[in-house]
Design a protein around this ligand. Structure first.
Ligand code: BGP
Length: 469
């Protein structure tokens, strides 16, 4: 038996509304950008929802959440991360009054979590901008988004202030630099979008995020607000100082977001980048004051690391939205994402050295092709030893980081129940401890089955991590 995790460590799992709920046109919901992205980042944006879009039904979480939360409770979850679909609350995004049916849905969902003593951790915006805001305003490229987002968060804080303690303002906020439509609802094709427009959109999101933090602190004094960063450590491919500086600069592109959220101002390296690339942000009076409302904790997703190199022959490999030069020392998943458990310890240490704030790992896991088989009792299951190995190895490194002195609030395994992939919109890329019988051709009963990892994770939580090896 290994060492236990600290008392009160928040064990749990994470999903996002658009990848699970389905019911894309029920309960007064408006369309979101995901409803016209049938193939995720790999395919075109369609004019209207199409039948090949797996997210329209998702895993039918909208209708089956009671069954699913019961299974999460059986695993012992203390926290459950999900997002609120903005277009359920404000179907178009720019109306004055919210949609009561949408508000009621989340009231019921959160009550169901509390029934089992599970603390919800809510992402306010997770790749699901209302489509109307994308089409009419060009998403976060437009400053008016700050006002729409403010109205949305005020609505959430006044309605759920008593029920939700942990809030995240934007999922993987740094991903907007790489996927402007999915992350920021920006319709201008990426090739035509100037850096000026892109960083202006980033400024709008950073102001909106700080405004949400300010409002949360005023409206729900007990609440804790975190930023959420797509973390991807960049190791120099060689000790060549040019590679080291190239890696530092690649890290800066991501660190910039956490730095503003924690320090409340733009870092010098970014001001230099703006200066040297002809970028002049339009900053309104008061913006810099708002940015000073800094977060209570830093949360992040961690799936993989990459390498930085100045060698033009080194080509970037696949990755979680952001790619990078592959590391010759690491294996990769079936989707080519390199597996690097120690990168998680490294990231936790690096963030704590930099921010001195509590950290929360809100996404980590292995997307893999699972095979449903019958166990000795004739029950369908999956022997997902590869997933157990992956999560075990990452959690061992979390424990190392805790031993290093890093305060880690919790760990929510990504896709604790199988869901639709964000990048490829496939269901066959499965992350769950719970198998969902649904397939990319639309077939399947939607029944839920416990994988081997379900029982394993239950034991991890029961022993507070002591069973990890
Ligand atoms: C992150 C997103 C998630 C999620 C995860 C796994 O980028 O925040 O929404 O899906 O990555 O990625 P994928 O679904 O592409 O495998």
């Amino acid at each position: 038996m290994g060492k236990s995790f600290p008392d009160g460590f928040l064990w749990g799992g994470a999903i996002a509304a658009n990848q699970c709920e389905g019911a894309y046109d029920e309960g007064g919901k408006g369309l979101s950008i995901q409803d016209v992205l049938p193939h995720g980042l790999k395919g075109p944006v369609t004019d209207a929802p199409t039948n090949d879009n797996m997210k329209l039904i998702g895993i039918d979480f909208y209708h089956r959440y009671k069954e699913d939360i019961k299974l999460f409770a059986e695993m012992g979850f203390r926290v459950f991360r999900t997002s609120i679909a903005w277009s359920r609350i404000f179907p178009n995004g720019d109306e004055e009054t919210p949609n009561e049916a949408g508000l009621q849905f989340y009231d019921d969902l959160f009550d169901e979590c509390h029934k089992y003593g599970i603390e919800p951790l809510v992402t306010i915006s997770h790749y699901e901008t209302p489509l109307h805001l994308a089409r009419k305003y060009n998403g976060w490229a437009n400053r008016q988004m700050i006002g729409f987002y403010e109205r949305y968060v005020r609505t959430l804080f006044s309605r759920y202030g008593g029920k939700i303690k942990y809030w995240l303002t934007f999922n993987e906020i740094n991903s907007v630099l790489h996927s402007p439509f999915m992350s920021g609802g920006i319709c201008t094709p990426k090739e035509e979008l100037s850096e000026q427009e892109l960083y202006q959109a980033v400024h709008h999101e950073l102001v909106a995020s700080a405004l949400a933090t300010k409002l949360a602190h005023e409206m729900i004094p007990d609440a804790k607000v975190g930023c959420m960063i797509l973390s991807m450590p960049v190791y120099p491919l060689t000790p060549n100082p040019d590679d080291v500086i190239a890696s530092l600069q690649a890290e800066h592109k991501n660190d910039f977001f956490g730095d503003v959220h924690v320090r409340g101002r733009y870092p010098g390296y970014m001001l230099r980048y703006f200066r040297e690339n002809g970028i002049t942000l339009q900053i309104e009076p008061g913006d810099m004051e708002i940015l000073k409302h800094t977060v209570d904790f830093v949360s992040f997703s961690y799936y993989m690391s990459v390498c930085g190199s100045v060698d033009p022959n080194q080509k970037a490999g696949p990755g979680n939205i952001i790619g990078g030069v592959p590391n010759p020392h690491l294996p990769a998943s079936e989707w080519g994402w390199q597996i690097d458990p120690q990168g998680l310890r490294y990231t936790l240490n690096r963030y704590y050295d930099r921010y001195q704030k509590p950290l929360f790992i809100v996404e980590n896991g292995l997307g893999a092709m699972d095979e449903l088989i019958l166990d000795e009792n004739g029950e369908p299951t999956v022997q997902d030893d590869y997933r157990i190995q992956y999560i075990n190895d990452h959690l061992v490194q979390v424990r190392e980081a805790i031993e290093d002195g890093v305060p880690v609030m919790g760990y929510t395994a990504w896709g604790c129940i199988d869901l639709v992939s964000a990048s490829s919109a496939e269901l066959k890329k499965r992350y769950g401890f719970i198998y969902v019988d649904r397939h990319d051709d639309g077939s399947g009963t939607l029944n839920r089955y416990k994988k081997k990892s379900f029982h394993w994770y239950q034991n991890v939580i029961r022993t507070n991590g002591a069973c990890l090896d």
